[in-house]
Design a protein around this ligand. Structure first.
Ligand SMILES: Cc1cc2nc3c(=O)[nH]c(=O)nc-3n(C[C@H](O)[C@H](O)[C@H](O)COP(=O)(O)OP(=O)(O)OC[C@H]3O[C@@H](n4cnc5c(N)ncnc54)[C@H](O)[C@@H]3O)c2cc1C
Length: 322
């Protein structure tokens, strides 16, 4: 028996969310007194998973699976769970994992709890803590099915180093034609920049920046920090920035370690998408802006004055600490 974890990768490299899911799976496995088995589909160097407590890696190498395919991936995870006798399967909360998790739960006749933010309160009964109402509340969910699929919220648990053997084993699941009834035939990346979902740091701009011509300083700040850029809804609606950067209730969710909001008022629909971020820094010239109530650090000031100074200081700090 083991806890199974799906370790997602992109272009042959494990995502940060894979290491977080492995860290979480390790601690659930310790609670249950079992080992951790990871499933890697055309993934990275399996030994990396050992650092986060994985004991065994089922490696699937298949050129037909280069692009994500929810049906086929769910079938692979089902077969892996059955082979390992796994009663708990951990997946991340990326768009891909949120797509495959319900399919997997159906395959395994399992319960699926999404947006889980902590280790189970208890193993028997199996109770997990999840966010609800776009991160405004928590719900305690008791899972009474024999097999349980857990969708771990990004950045909720963090990375925890732990030793594991990560012994690699070739895994060749049996796939049917039906698994490939829908396929992604090509992926055209809009940008090579770090994606908002995977970013550790996100620099976001709002209508307070007055126009697209002022985004140079947002991009420069993001470059200095190695961050992704994001924006509020009106900014993308007005065509100042691409729609892929819109975050919030109707945009992308952000669960970064650091979220810097510049000239964003902090409307409830914007906050709904960024509540899961760890540290929020707000730069706004209106001390009454609602965002300050949700901020960990706030700077009351004109963005056109504050941001260039911040960039200068960060560059100075980086060159002194290179
Ligand atoms: C159904 C629905 C869904 C929505 N979904 C989303 C969503 O997903 N995401 C989202 O973002 N919004 C969403 N909205 C819109 C949301 O309600 C707000 O209107 C929007 O977030 C406001 O964007 P903003 O903060 O950029 O602009 P504004 O509200 O215009 O705020 C601009 C801010 O910039 C500050 N500012 C101005 N000049 C400067 C300066 N020089 N320096 C520093 N600060 C300055 C101002 O003080 C102000 O706080 C939704 C609305 C609805 C009704």
């Amino acid at each position: 028996m083991s806890v199974l974890v799906y370790t997602e990768s992109d272009s042959g490299k494990f995502k940060k969310s894979a290491f977080e899911a492995a860290s979480y799976a390790k601690e659930v496995a310790a609670m249950l007194g079992v080992a951790v088995t990871a499933v890697s589909i055309n993934g990275g160097d399996s030994s990396e998973l050992g650092t986060y407590g994985v004991d065994k890696v089922l490696e699937v190498k298949n050129d037909d699976l280069t692009n994500f395919n929810a049906k086929a991936y769910a079938d692979i995870l089902k077969q892996a769970a059955q082979k390992e006798g796994a009663k708990v399967v951990v997946v991340s909360s990326t768009a891909d994992s949120k797509f495959l998790a319900p399919l997997l739960a159906v395959h395994l006749d399992a319960g699926y709890a999404s947006n889980v933010v902590a280790l189970p309160e208890s193993a028997s009964p199996f109770v997990v803590k999840r966010t609800a109402f776009t991160n405004k509340a928590f719900s305690m969910t008791e899972m009474s099915t024999d097999v349980k699929v857990i969708g771990l919220s990004n950045n909720a648990f963090g990375l925890k180093e732990n030793s594991g053997d990560a012994a690699a084993e070739v895994f060749e699941p049996v796939l049917s034609q039906d698994d490939f009834s829908t396929q992604i035939t090509a992926v055209d990346r809009a940008s090579d920049k770090v994606s908002i979902a995977d970013a550790e740091i996100v620099v976001s701009g709002g209508r307070g920046l007055k126009g697209p011509e002022h985004w140079g300083m947002i991009e420069e700040l993001a470059d200095v920090l190695g961050a992704a850029t994001a924006c509020s809804k009106p900014v993308s609606d007005m065509g100042w920035r691409p729609h892929g950067e819109h975050v919030g209730q109707t945009g992308k969710p952000v669960a970064s370690n650091l979220y810097i909001a510049i000239g964003v008022s902090g409307a409830i629909q914007h906050l709904a998408g960024i509540n899961a971020s760890k540290v929020k820094v707000v730069i706004n010239n209106d001390p009454e802006a609602p965002f300050f109530k949700a901020a960990d650090y706030g700077i009351v000031g004109d963005a056109f004055d504050v941001v260039p100074k911040l960039i200068e200081k960060l560059k100075e700090f980086k060159s002194n600490n290179a």
